[in-house]
Design a protein around this ligand. Structure first.
Ligand SMILES: Nc1ncnc2c1ncn2[C@@H]1O[C@H](COP(=O)(O)OP(=O)(O)OP(=O)(O)O)[C@@H](O)[C@H]1O
Length: 241
């Protein structure tokens, strides 16, 4: 594997019974890169994420993170090595405050002092100072998503996976999420799975298109949207254009 790669998969496969959800994926991204992953429903994007984080065990192939093979490693080991994931459903504690949530996440990786520093930094970087003491369950949907993202950031991952971070967000919340992803990407590699094409366009990154568990196309968004194969399987559908 190239020294430049933060993540590489080789012939990665996942079967669920007779369904080949991930069907031999050779994926590679550079250290420091921001990459978007798109594809129609059922294309295998979430399964790919879960294989990388160890939430699911691969049926075949290899996963290499930061120069080290992580295939078959447990999720907590992979987390400690530096891969963080924000799943579609926020894993916040609704009954605790923003600061308490960030603290619990930060303590997974840091000493008491280090965690305190990380919490303060996340509150600042996420611009959550006004709501730091507020109970997360009382916050608007967008803010809960940002707290969830902050909890992953507080662990200082080298690679952050974001599964549909803008789902259910209003336009101004989406705008702020674009900025937040740039902040995250200033010191971590990032992969974003999204259905919102305008959001992907705003992120202005290299895009990988999944279809039926395989990589169909990899290119910049302009070329992806013009590609007839992509239009056929995905962008031609009114819901996604
Ligand atoms: N736990 C599971 N058991 C059985 N089949 C599964 C499981 N998880 C996913 N699948 C199947 O694997 C395929 C890929 O699903 P996956 O959720 O990875 O797609 P996706 O691209 O993330 O879709 P979406 O955009 O709708 O989230 C689908 O056919 C799905 O039904």
């Amino acid at each position: 594997m190239s020294q430049e790669s933060v993540l590489e998969t080789q012939s990665l496969e996942k079967w669920f019974g007779g369904v080949r959800a991930v069907a031999g994926v050779d994926f590679r991204m550079r250290r420091g890169e921001l990459r978007c992953l798109i594809g129609p429903n059922g294309a295998g994007k979430s399964t790919f994420f879960k294989l990388v984080t160890g939430q699911l065990r691969a049926s075949g192939g290899r996963i290499i993170f930061d120069g080290q093979e992580i295939t078959g490693r447990a999720p907590h080991t992979i987390g400690r090595l530096g891969i963080g994931i924000k799943n579609q459903v926020p894993s916040v504690f609704e009954g605790l405050s923003v600061a308490e949530n960030l603290w619990l996440a930060a303590r997974l990786r840091h000493s008491t002092t280090g965690a305190r520093v990380a919490v303060e930094e996340m509150i600042y970087r996420l611009n959550l100072g006004n709501v730091a003491k507020q109970t997360v369950g009382t916050l608007a949907h967008g803010m809960r998503q940002w707290v969830d993202i902050g909890m992953v950031m507080a662990q200082r991952p080298k690679l952050m996976l974001l599964d549909e971070p803008t789902a259910g967000m209003a336009a101004e919340e989406i705008e702020r999420t674009v900025e937040l992803i740039r902040v995250i990407n200033s010191d971590a590699s990032v992969v974003v799975v999204e259905h919102d094409m305008e959001f992907i366009r705003r992120l202005n990154s290299f895009v990988t298109v999944f279809h039926q568990g395989r990589i169909l196309v990899e290119d910049v968004m302009d070329n992806v949207q013009r590609d007839p194969r992509v239009r056929e399987v995905y962008l031609g559908r009114s819901r996604h254009t």
